[in-house]
Design a protein around this ligand. Structure first.
Ligand code: GRF
Length: 208
Protein backbone atom coordinates (compact mmCIF):
# COMPACT_ATOMS: atom_id res chain seq x y z
CA UNK A 1 0.00 0.00 0.00
CA UNK A 2 1.52 3.31 -1.07
CA UNK A 3 0.99 6.10 1.46
CA UNK A 4 0.28 9.33 -0.41
CA UNK A 5 0.95 12.89 0.78
CA UNK A 6 -0.72 15.78 -1.05
CA UNK A 7 0.93 19.20 -0.79
CA UNK A 8 -1.42 22.17 -1.21
CA UNK A 9 -1.62 25.92 -0.72
CA UNK A 10 -5.10 26.92 -1.82
CA UNK A 11 -8.59 25.76 -2.65
CA UNK A 12 -7.68 22.14 -3.14
CA UNK A 13 -9.98 21.15 -6.00
CA UNK A 14 -7.32 18.71 -7.21
CA UNK A 15 -7.08 17.31 -3.70
CA UNK A 16 -10.87 16.90 -3.79
CA UNK A 17 -10.57 14.98 -7.06
CA UNK A 18 -8.14 12.61 -5.29
CA UNK A 19 -10.42 12.28 -2.24
CA UNK A 20 -13.37 11.46 -4.52
CA UNK A 21 -11.28 8.97 -6.51
CA UNK A 22 -10.22 7.20 -3.32
CA UNK A 23 -13.83 7.04 -2.12
CA UNK A 24 -14.80 5.57 -5.50
CA UNK A 25 -12.25 2.78 -5.02
CA UNK A 26 -9.75 3.97 -7.61
CA UNK A 27 -6.72 3.40 -5.35
CA UNK A 28 -6.75 -0.22 -4.21
CA UNK A 29 -2.98 0.04 -3.73
CA UNK A 30 -2.78 3.57 -2.32
CA UNK A 31 -4.02 5.58 0.63
CA UNK A 32 -4.26 9.35 1.10
CA UNK A 33 -2.27 9.56 4.32
CA UNK A 34 -1.32 13.24 4.72
CA UNK A 35 -2.25 16.67 3.44
CA UNK A 36 0.45 19.30 3.91
CA UNK A 37 -0.44 22.96 3.42
CA UNK A 38 1.83 25.99 3.19
CA UNK A 39 -1.01 28.09 4.62
CA UNK A 40 -2.99 27.45 7.82
CA UNK A 41 -6.11 28.94 6.19
CA UNK A 42 -6.10 26.98 2.91
CA UNK A 43 -9.56 25.60 2.18
CA UNK A 44 -7.82 22.39 1.13
CA UNK A 45 -7.29 21.68 4.85
CA UNK A 46 -11.06 21.66 5.41
CA UNK A 47 -11.49 19.19 2.58
CA UNK A 48 -8.83 16.94 4.12
CA UNK A 49 -10.37 17.11 7.61
CA UNK A 50 -13.81 16.30 6.24
CA UNK A 51 -12.31 13.23 4.55
CA UNK A 52 -10.50 12.20 7.76
CA UNK A 53 -6.99 12.70 6.35
CA UNK A 54 -4.31 13.93 8.82
CA UNK A 55 -3.26 17.52 8.06
CA UNK A 56 0.01 19.36 8.57
CA UNK A 57 0.99 22.99 8.05
CA UNK A 58 4.49 23.94 6.95
CA UNK A 59 5.18 27.57 7.69
CA UNK A 60 7.85 29.01 5.38
CA UNK A 61 8.51 31.84 7.86
CA UNK A 62 9.83 29.36 10.40
CA UNK A 63 12.73 28.49 8.10
CA UNK A 64 15.70 30.55 6.94
CA UNK A 65 15.39 29.35 3.34
CA UNK A 66 13.32 27.24 0.95
CA UNK A 67 16.11 24.72 1.23
CA UNK A 68 15.76 24.39 5.01
CA UNK A 69 12.00 24.10 4.73
CA UNK A 70 12.30 21.43 2.02
CA UNK A 71 14.82 19.39 3.98
CA UNK A 72 12.57 19.43 7.06
CA UNK A 73 9.59 18.44 4.94
CA UNK A 74 11.48 15.55 3.35
CA UNK A 75 12.39 14.20 6.80
CA UNK A 76 8.82 14.51 8.05
CA UNK A 77 7.37 12.76 5.02
CA UNK A 78 9.91 9.92 5.37
CA UNK A 79 8.97 9.64 9.06
CA UNK A 80 5.33 9.26 8.06
CA UNK A 81 6.26 6.47 5.66
CA UNK A 82 5.07 8.41 2.63
CA UNK A 83 5.82 6.71 -0.70
CA UNK A 84 4.27 9.19 -3.14
CA UNK A 85 4.14 12.97 -2.93
CA UNK A 86 1.56 14.84 -5.02
CA UNK A 87 2.06 18.55 -5.57
CA UNK A 88 -1.45 19.94 -6.08
CA UNK A 89 -1.02 23.68 -6.17
CA UNK A 90 1.78 23.94 -3.58
CA UNK A 91 3.06 27.50 -3.97
CA UNK A 92 6.70 27.16 -2.96
CA UNK A 93 9.40 25.90 -5.25
CA UNK A 94 10.88 22.91 -3.46
CA UNK A 95 14.63 22.47 -3.59
CA UNK A 96 16.51 19.29 -4.70
CA UNK A 97 16.48 17.83 -1.17
CA UNK A 98 12.96 16.54 -1.76
CA UNK A 99 13.70 15.18 -5.24
CA UNK A 100 16.79 13.42 -3.88
CA UNK A 101 14.73 11.84 -1.09
CA UNK A 102 11.91 10.87 -3.50
CA UNK A 103 13.34 10.18 -6.97
CA UNK A 104 10.50 9.64 -9.47
CA UNK A 105 8.04 9.57 -6.59
CA UNK A 106 6.84 13.19 -6.69
CA UNK A 107 4.05 14.07 -9.09
CA UNK A 108 3.05 17.60 -10.12
CA UNK A 109 0.07 18.84 -12.08
CA UNK A 110 0.57 21.85 -14.35
CA UNK A 111 -2.32 23.58 -16.13
CA UNK A 112 -0.75 23.73 -19.62
CA UNK A 113 0.71 21.38 -22.20
CA UNK A 114 4.37 21.27 -21.11
CA UNK A 115 6.78 22.42 -22.55
CA UNK A 116 4.45 25.36 -23.32
CA UNK A 117 3.61 27.98 -20.71
CA UNK A 118 5.59 26.52 -17.85
CA UNK A 119 8.65 27.16 -15.72
CA UNK A 120 9.47 29.61 -12.97
CA UNK A 121 6.77 32.29 -12.47
CA UNK A 122 4.28 30.46 -14.68
CA UNK A 123 1.53 29.46 -12.28
CA UNK A 124 -2.15 30.12 -11.62
CA UNK A 125 -3.94 32.49 -13.98
CA UNK A 126 -0.62 33.64 -15.52
CA UNK A 127 -0.44 30.34 -17.38
CA UNK A 128 -3.79 30.93 -19.09
CA UNK A 129 -3.10 34.63 -19.76
CA UNK A 130 0.06 33.59 -21.59
CA UNK A 131 -1.70 30.88 -23.58
CA UNK A 132 -4.43 33.32 -24.68
CA UNK A 133 -1.92 36.07 -25.50
CA UNK A 134 0.06 33.61 -27.65
CA UNK A 135 -3.07 32.60 -29.54
CA UNK A 136 -2.82 28.82 -29.12
CA UNK A 137 -5.90 26.89 -30.24
CA UNK A 138 -5.50 24.08 -27.72
CA UNK A 139 -4.21 24.03 -24.17
CA UNK A 140 -4.59 21.50 -21.38
CA UNK A 141 -2.85 19.93 -18.41
CA UNK A 142 0.25 17.86 -17.78
CA UNK A 143 1.02 15.46 -14.94
CA UNK A 144 4.74 14.87 -14.61
CA UNK A 145 7.37 13.56 -12.25
CA UNK A 146 9.22 16.31 -10.46
CA UNK A 147 12.91 16.73 -11.19
CA UNK A 148 15.36 19.45 -10.19
CA UNK A 149 14.19 21.54 -13.18
CA UNK A 150 10.95 23.49 -12.57
CA UNK A 151 8.17 21.81 -14.65
CA UNK A 152 10.93 19.87 -16.46
CA UNK A 153 10.55 16.27 -15.23
CA UNK A 154 9.34 13.24 -17.23
CA UNK A 155 5.76 13.57 -18.49
CA UNK A 156 3.27 10.97 -17.26
CA UNK A 157 -0.05 12.08 -18.81
CA UNK A 158 -1.36 15.02 -20.84
CA UNK A 159 -4.83 16.01 -21.98
CA UNK A 160 -5.86 18.84 -24.29
CA UNK A 161 -8.95 21.01 -24.62
CA UNK A 162 -9.89 23.57 -27.28
CA UNK A 163 -9.26 27.23 -26.59
CA UNK A 164 -12.44 29.11 -27.56
CA UNK A 165 -12.49 32.58 -29.17
CA UNK A 166 -14.48 34.02 -26.24
CA UNK A 167 -12.21 32.52 -23.54
CA UNK A 168 -10.91 34.60 -20.66
CA UNK A 169 -8.08 33.30 -18.45
CA UNK A 170 -10.76 32.34 -15.93
CA UNK A 171 -12.94 30.33 -18.33
CA UNK A 172 -9.92 28.57 -19.81
CA UNK A 173 -8.62 27.77 -16.32
CA UNK A 174 -11.99 26.31 -15.34
CA UNK A 175 -12.30 24.17 -18.50
CA UNK A 176 -8.77 22.80 -18.04
CA UNK A 177 -9.47 21.96 -14.40
CA UNK A 178 -12.77 20.21 -15.09
CA UNK A 179 -11.85 18.37 -18.26
CA UNK A 180 -8.15 17.70 -17.69
CA UNK A 181 -6.72 18.19 -14.20
CA UNK A 182 -9.41 16.49 -12.13
CA UNK A 183 -9.23 13.43 -14.40
CA UNK A 184 -5.50 13.19 -15.06
CA UNK A 185 -4.27 13.54 -11.49
CA UNK A 186 -6.28 10.61 -10.00
CA UNK A 187 -5.36 8.50 -13.04
CA UNK A 188 -1.63 9.21 -12.58
CA UNK A 189 -1.83 8.44 -8.85
CA UNK A 190 -3.62 5.18 -9.62
CA UNK A 191 -0.97 4.17 -12.18
CA UNK A 192 1.84 4.97 -9.72
CA UNK A 193 0.26 3.05 -6.85
CA UNK A 194 -0.45 0.07 -9.10
CA UNK A 195 3.26 0.00 -10.02
CA UNK A 196 2.55 0.67 -13.67
CA UNK A 197 4.94 3.59 -14.24
CA UNK A 198 8.59 3.19 -15.12
CA UNK A 199 11.01 5.91 -16.14
CA UNK A 200 13.77 5.55 -18.72
CA UNK A 201 15.66 8.81 -19.06
CA UNK A 202 12.87 11.30 -19.54
CA UNK A 203 10.43 8.81 -21.05
CA UNK A 204 7.69 7.39 -18.82
CA UNK A 205 6.48 3.93 -19.82
CA UNK A 206 2.97 2.91 -18.77
CA UNK A 207 2.35 -0.83 -18.35
CA UNK A 208 -0.98 -2.30 -19.52
C1 GRF B 1 -4.16 23.97 -10.32
O1 GRF B 1 -4.42 24.80 -11.40
C2 GRF B 1 -2.94 23.15 -10.63
O2 GRF B 1 -2.81 22.87 -11.97
C3 GRF B 1 -1.83 24.03 -10.17
O3 GRF B 1 -2.33 24.68 -9.03
C4 GRF B 1 -3.74 24.75 -9.08
C5 GRF B 1 -4.29 24.19 -7.80
O4 GRF B 1 -5.68 24.36 -7.68
N1 GRF B 1 -0.61 23.29 -9.99
P1 GRF B 1 -6.47 23.60 -6.54
O5 GRF B 1 -5.93 24.10 -5.20
O6 GRF B 1 -6.26 22.12 -6.72
O7 GRF B 1 -7.91 23.98 -6.71
Amino acid sequence: MVKIAVLVSGGGTNLQALIDAEAAGMFPNGKLAAVVSSSPTAYALERAKKAGIPTYVVNRKEYASNQEMTAALALQLKDLGIGLIVLAGFMYVLTPELVDAYPNAIINIHPALIPSFCGEGCYGLHVHEKALAYGVKVSGATVHFVSAVCDGGPIILQKAVDVLPEDTPETLQRRIMEECEWKLLPKAVQLFCDGKLSVEGRIVRIAD
